[in-house]
Design a protein around this ligand. Structure first.
Ligand code: PLP
Length: 285
């Protein structure tokens, strides 16, 4: 596999990052994941805009190659022959040459830019989307700026492991009695034909797939309510699903061992998945 590091395209085993890189020592970095369907980038513009916002919020300098990011994505997709899969991008505050809590001088420390691809054949035709997946609920103990897409992913990783141990596929996090989001996705329920998902704030990531799915839902005259919902509402819902760049729209059929709706992917979830895949493929770049 060819990867990209700070201006160079290299075989993955030749790519190097300093041990003083702030992301390695302090999780001081941000990332984006863009999916690839038919060799083209899905929702690329949204991911680029959110990357810029994450960098601004943390006062991380834009990497020199920022304006070339679409070309870098395309070149890696081509070099690695990706038809269906993902492009992972990470920008860190860089490697100042020593460990220090204070941010290094941006005049002398350049950000680190890394990209790599992951082939995922069958991404769009996922078997999990046909059966639906199971979630557990866990406390949301993450920091308060979840709207910034940082590489601090230890708790979400632990959440996935807690889910696995409980015989489920993923975890939805709960704060003050309300669902915030999934470990790596935005959470939704459907009740009496209304699609309900938590409103945007600093307590969840502003999903790029979320924005597109809500736009398509409204265009299709579906009712959308952006508000927090409880675990009890999930268990009493007609349907549940989540959205993310790597899973698109994924039906959720059980929570904490209790069946949601009929225990199979619901019509609203399946329709939204179909609309999302069709519409986003049509404008992929
Ligand atoms: N929420 C969290 C915590 C995430 O990590 C992600 C994606 O990785 C999402 C939501 C979904 O965002 P997007 O649709 O932009 O992939």
């Amino acid at each position: 596999r060819t990867v990209y590091v700070n201006g160079d395209y290299l075989p993955e085993d030749e790519a190097k990052i300093s041990i003083f890189d702030r992301a390695f020592l302090m999780a001081d970095g941000v990332y984006e994941v863009t999916s690839v369907l038919g060799g083209k980038l899905i929702d690329f513009d949204g991911h680029l805009k959110r990357l810029e916002r994450s960098l601004n919020e943390l006062e991380i300098k834009k990497p020199a190659a920022f304006d070339d990011l679409i070309e870098i994505h395309r070149k890696l997709v081509e070099l690695n022959g990706i038809d269906e899969g993902l492009v992972y991008l990470q920008v860190t505050r860089g490697a100042p040459g020593d460990r220090d809590f204070a941010f290094p001088d941006p005049e002398t420390t350049e950000p680190t830019l890394v990209l790599f691809t992951q082939a995922k054949p069958g991404l769009a035709d996922s078997p999990a989307a046909k059966t639906g997946i199971k979630v557990i609920s866990i406390d949301d103990i993450r920091w308060g700026r979840r709207d910034i897409k940082t590489v601090q992913l230890l708790y979400p990783s632990m959440g996935k492991m807690m889910a696995k141990k409980a015989g489920a596929d993923d975890a939805w996090m709960v704060e003050d009695g309300f669902v915030t989001e999934g470990t790596s996705n935005n959470a939704y329920i459907v009740k009496d034909g209304v699609i309900i998902t938590r409103n945007l704030g600093t307590d969840i990531l502003h999903g790029i797939t979320r924005a597109a799915v809500l736009r398509f839902a409204r265009e299709a005259q579906m009712k959308v309510e952006e508000r927090p919902f409880t675990i009890d509402e999930v268990k009493a819902a007609d349907e549940a699903f989540f959205t993310s760049a790597s899973a698109f729209v994924m039906p959720v059929v059980a929570m904490d061992g209790e069946t949601i709706g009929d225990g199979v992917p619901g019509p609203v979830s399946l329709r939204l998945r179909e609309i999302y895949l069709e519409e986003s493929r049509a404008v992929a770049v």
